[in-house]
Design a protein around this ligand. Structure first.
Ligand code: FES
Length: 128
């Protein structure tokens, strides 16, 4: 993890006090994914009105990066059009995290993004 104390602290704070963790009643989008290498899991749920995300929640278990990224993403997506979130990529997540991370940790950060993207594209499962 980067030594930048501000971002490091922000990530640890999201990990210790996750935002929007739990379940949504009547979610319009529900997507579950896991990292086959470590078994960590993320479920994303979204409530959508007129193609805008009006509420979001995640559940899961795993490392600090995967869980903190999920928490940060949930804060970001509320109020966003689906179209906007469909454009997000690896760079968007790295920018949000504000740290440099190596290839192994990158997989951790991308797990929640993958679940979120699959959800906003309406996938039932990730295409192989
Ligand atoms: Fe499993 Fe990070 S170690 S997602």
């Amino acid at each position: 993890m980067s030594s930048d104390p501000f971002y490091r602290e922000a990530i640890l704070d999201h990990y210790r006090h996750p935002r929007h963790k739990g379940h949504l009643e009547d979610a319009d989008v529900h997507y579950h994914d896991h990292n086959p290498f470590c078994g960590d899991e993320i479920t994303i749920e979204l409530k959508v009105e007129n193609d805008v995300i009006v509420d979001a929640a995640f559940d899961g278990r795993g490392c600090a990066i995967s869980q903190a990224t999920a928490s940060m993403l949930m804060e970001e997506v509320i109020g966003m059009p689906l179209e906007e979130v469909r454009k997000w990529d690896k760079e968007s997540v790295l920018e949000m995290l504000g740290i440099e991370i190596g290839p192994v940790r990158l997989k951790c950060a991308l797990l929640p993004l993958k679940a979120l993207k699959a959800g906003v594209w309406g996938l039932e499962e990730w295409p192989e």
